[in-house]
Design a protein around this ligand. Structure first.
Ligand SMILES: NC(=O)c1ccc[n+]([C@@H]2O[C@H](COP(=O)([O-])OP(=O)(O)OC[C@H]3O[C@@H](n4cnc5c(N)ncnc54)[C@H](O)[C@@H]3O)[C@@H](O)[C@H]2O)c1
Ligand SMILES: [Zn+2]
Length: 383
């Protein structure tokens, strides 16, 4: 069996890992770093904390924070313009997936002549970007270890990704200490995003024993610690475990891809601005129900990883335990259980299914073949 595994050059994880940022910045021999982040992180004091560490090796560090959640392609273009005009030579991406993805996109737009739209798709970026250090502040997207930047395109009411080897972080620093201020509902939805990455990567057609190792470990950790991280946000152990799990899940799906939970979630984000984590969290058990028959054994192992006792059960019953365990977890942490509670109705479903069928990057790895009618029937069950 031929296997490969893609990762950034360096990943440092653990409580207080942020202290190593000054050494990492120094390695790049850069004079003008810029922190790319969002207003929530400025308000939470996280940006100040990171600026202070950078100032230990570079006297001046500017901040760009004009970035919304689930950001648009125009936000990334504006950010790239600011980076280019300011002649910055190192990007420090700080935040959840939103500022990280904008920073990743800006890094390549500064060094490439084309429009950002030209690079939507797989490996279409001609030149390396500016160096970037990526520091996640949510335990969710895994963007710190993936070669993807996901942006919304408001004119087309859709979300699409740029996939390029030049989008990998040059270094990632994952410090749960920066995640202590994440409010419970965001801890919940981003944690479910990480669980979705791990589960979709584990059952993906592109999975390998190598990606499975990270995926299964991430599922196990999230099953044990997500409730605690939501209920007791100051619990450093729970935050650290979730930070590790979300990075592992990022490594898993960065190599094995995601499936139709993400395929549908991207459409829910593009069409109705539903936050990425919430969209995934709502759709996860419904898509698992549809997919389980394609690989009962693996779904049974997901149940075990989530702490379910499956001895003596048929493979089908064991697989069902994985789905009920996911439902119980998401219910416990306050995730809405269906699409109606997100304000959607039957009239919206065809449009969602149609857009979801354009997400080929999610359709191909999904373990079970899906058609437009299949997606529609999954959505009807999820309503
Ligand atoms: N590139 C990838 O591999 C990848 C993977 C999955 C998702 N995504 C994308 O990531 C985006 C979502 O990212 P997200 O779920 O991390 O949410 P986010 O980045 O939009 O953040 C959500 C909110 O949490 C706040 N926040 C973040 N960290 C905080 C902290 N430490 N303290 C207080 N508040 C904090 C932010 O200010 C923001 O208001 C979506 O656009 C999604 O499509 C990308
Ligand atoms: Zn995701």
């Amino acid at each position: 069996m031929l296997m490969s595994f893609k990762t950034p050059n360096l990943v440092i994880i653990g409580y207080n890992a942020i202290k190593s940022l000054k050494d990492v910045v120094a390695w790049f021999n850069c004079l003008r770093p810029i922190v790319i982040t969002d207003p929530g992180l400025v308000k939470a004091g996280v940006v100040k904390q990171v600026q202070e560490v950078i100032r230990e090796c570079v006297t001046e560090v500017d901040v760009y924070s004009d970035i919304e959640s689930d950001p648009s392609i125009h936000t990334a273009v504006r950010c790239a313009k600011a980076v280019k005009e300011g002649k910055y030579d190192l990007i420090v991406a700080l935040g959840g997936g939103s500022p990280i993805d904008v920073a990743k996109a800006a890094s390549i737009l500064v060094t490439n002549e084309g429009k950002l739209e030209d690079y939507l798709g797989i490996e279409l970026v001609p030149n390396r970007g500016l160096p970037k250090i990526v520091i996640p502040t949510t335990a969710g997207t895994g963007s710190e270890v993936t070669n993807v930047s996901v942006l919304s395109i408001p004119e087309q009411k859709t979300k699409k990704g740029i996939v390029s080897r030049y989008l990998f972080a040059d270094a990632a620093i994952v410090d749960p200490g920066l995640m202590l201020s994440v409010p419970p509902h965001i801890t919940a939805s981003t944690g479910m995003d990480a669980l979705t990455h791990a589960i979709e990567a584990y059952v993906s057609r592109f999975s390998t024993p190598w990606s499975d190792m990270y995926a299964l470990e991430a599922i196990t950790i999230i099953g044990k610690y997500l409730r605690r991280a939501v209920m007791d946000g100051g619990n450093i152990k729970a935050r650290e475990k979730m930070a590790i799990a979300s990075t592992y899940a990022g490594l898993a799906f960065g190599n094995a891809a995601t499936g139709m939970v993400h395929g549908i979630a991207m459409s829910l984000g593009g069409l109705f601005n539903i936050p990425h984590g919430v969209a995934n969290a709502v759709m996860l058990p419904y898509v698992m129900e549809w997919n389980a028959i394609s690989n009962l054994e693996k779904f049974g192992r997901i149940a075990v990883a989530l702490g379910e006792y499956v001895e003596g059960l048929s493979p089908k019953k064991a697989a069902q335990r994985a789905i009920s365990a996911v439902r119980e977890l998401s219910n416990d942490i306050g995730i809405p259980q269906n699409l109606s509670s997100l304000g959607l109705s039957e009239d919206d479903l065809e449009q969602i299914a149609k857009d979801a069928m354009t997400n080929v990057r999610q359709i191909a790895p999904n373990p079970r073949d899906v058609s437009f009618n299949d997606v529609l029937s999954i959505l009807r069950k999820a309503l």
